[in-house]
Design a protein around this ligand. Sequence first.
Ligand SMILES: [Mn+2]
Length: 396
Amino acid sequence: MYKLLSHNDLDGVGCGILAKLAFGNQVKVRYNSISSLNAQVEWFLENDDKNTSLIITDLSVNEENEERLEAFYQAGGNIQLLDHHKTALHFNRYKWGHVVVEDAEGHLTSATSLFYEYLVTHQLMKPSNVTAEFVELVRQYDTWEWENNNNQEAGRLNALFFLVSIEEFEEKMINRLKTSDHFRFDEFENKILDMEENKIERYIRRKRRELVQIQAGGHFTGIVYAELYHSELGNELGKEYPHLDYITILNMGGKRVGFRTIHDHIDVSEVAVHFGGGGHAKAAGCSLTDEAYHQFVKNTFHLEPLQEDAKRNRYNMKRSSFGSLYKNQMDEIFLLYPVNDHDWAIEHNKTKMQQTFTSFDEGEHFLKRNYAAALVKDDTFIGYLMDDVKKAKKDK
Ligand SMILES: [Mn+2]
């Protein structure tokens, strides 16, 4: 018998699907949140048959269980832990630990891709096109590569995962991997996925207007409350506000904090570790501890949401040679304009600031981080120009 303890996200359930394909009714699969794994491991060590092989995927155990598992292994027990989280690399010191973040070709791994490779190399499963395609979609989703590759199928696979129950998803996928030559969604799935995409878009548009900005631990972050669509939200808000180092997503009901970044210069797992959590460079999380609550909830609750840049302007445009006009909540006015072929300057309430910038983006970045300013609408811009004209006339 086998027992698989895996994560309850797409990558974790991908492992469960592979296990059921490989072992059929010879495997029991339990999906866990990060925090519930340790209790499951303890239960296994105390109650399960000693001949059952334990496989743990996409999650890692705490120190006490690390020692218990090593003792179990030394006593002849069968264990295999497969993970791809950087925070689990120390498990490689055990014979039963196999943690790989990046494969030999430099591709980021996922638990599902590691488990597939494990099953195939140990001849526990025959490789097939359809399974390899499914595994690759899961891997691209879990590592965010699908975003760069614009692999919509991977995003849709995860959306489907959340639209149906885990049991239903498992059944659909196992069936498909057994009977199809290639991985495809059926007509009904495509229809509900289209509807879901529209719904997410509306949700994100609403959340965009609720984001507040703070500086914390040397970084700038945008904070938003949301229970749903954390990955999509982190990604869209990150792209909408590239001056923010990362996005913090608060799930008050679940007492969880998620961190997401689109930037390569930030590792949000470091932020999460600071609050007792963990994860990846681009996506990480922690519990809403007292410290996290103070920083992200209590200290920010009074803040006004960040203003959005005006989007339908014809005159006040970014990168304009006449300058682009910005304003913040304190009604401070900023004009960002080119002073020559390669430098940009800022007028702050009509007084030129000393600092100059080597690009428009660098100047805007500075304005948004330090002054939380947003591009104003055309009518405000025109009013500003009219004022200038009036003043110029008076001066004559
Ligand atoms: Mn994973």
